[in-house]
Write a protein of this length. Sequence first.
Length: 300
Amino acid sequence: EMNSFENRVYQLGTEDGGMLIAKFYRPGRWSDAAILEEHAFALDLASQDIDLVPPLADSAGATLRAFGPYRFALFERRGGRSPDFEDAEQLRQLGRFIGRLHAVGKKERYQHRPTLDVTTFGSNCAGFLLEHDFIPTELIPAYESLTQDLIQRVSWCYERCPNLKLIRTHGDCHRGNILWTEAGPHMVDLDDSRMAPAVQDLWMFLSGEREDCEQTLHMLLEGYTLFADFDPAELNLIEALRTLRLMHYFAWIARRWHDPAFPRAFPWFNTARSWEQHILDLREQAALMDEPPLTWHAVG
């Protein structure tokens, strides 16, 4: 069994000595229609030589399979190493890859998968944590007032993007989800794919001081804009999206706390210290959302 919190993922040997990956979907997380939308996007990408590992179809062309009550999909096993995020050419190549993914992602909308927005990743998450007694009593007033303030600030960030377009994104595009080979970058799946701003698939590659972030951003967008347009107004959303990710992360663990794997994996979670640190992290986000966005100027 391989490491995955949302699904059960197994490596299987085949009769001819090859290896496949079987991903069993956690019951109740996604509807069949939502999974099939993800599969259709992955197959569309693969058909255009965009290097994402698509699900394998059976003889009838179906990609979503069943074993008793369990739904699963099969994938080729693909390896790779982590990219070198200090290498300007690898950053440009990664930008080209995401630009090509988004050029396909813009063509259609998801009908059955959720949208990453202030409701699903913000207010719903704060509401769940407040309603289910996860937050230490003495910290509830601070958390409640802070998250109300943050949700307002996130909304203001979105207002600075008057022409915002939501597209099908990878959704969880961070350094650990990119694999590199001699052929370049590839991704393993689209399990968190949803409608979101394009910048959602770019901001998690930025780290360090402002100057470092802008330098990385310029390299990524130099490659990205060869294949897809990028609206600079979306740079107003970077700290808003980081805030939503922080809020969603704690709610995600809380929603799964009944699963024995979660207390084992996150023993720090349900402690006063972790909530104090979480509130400090969120306060820092309030300040960051007040700062000017990163700058980027399209070339040509």
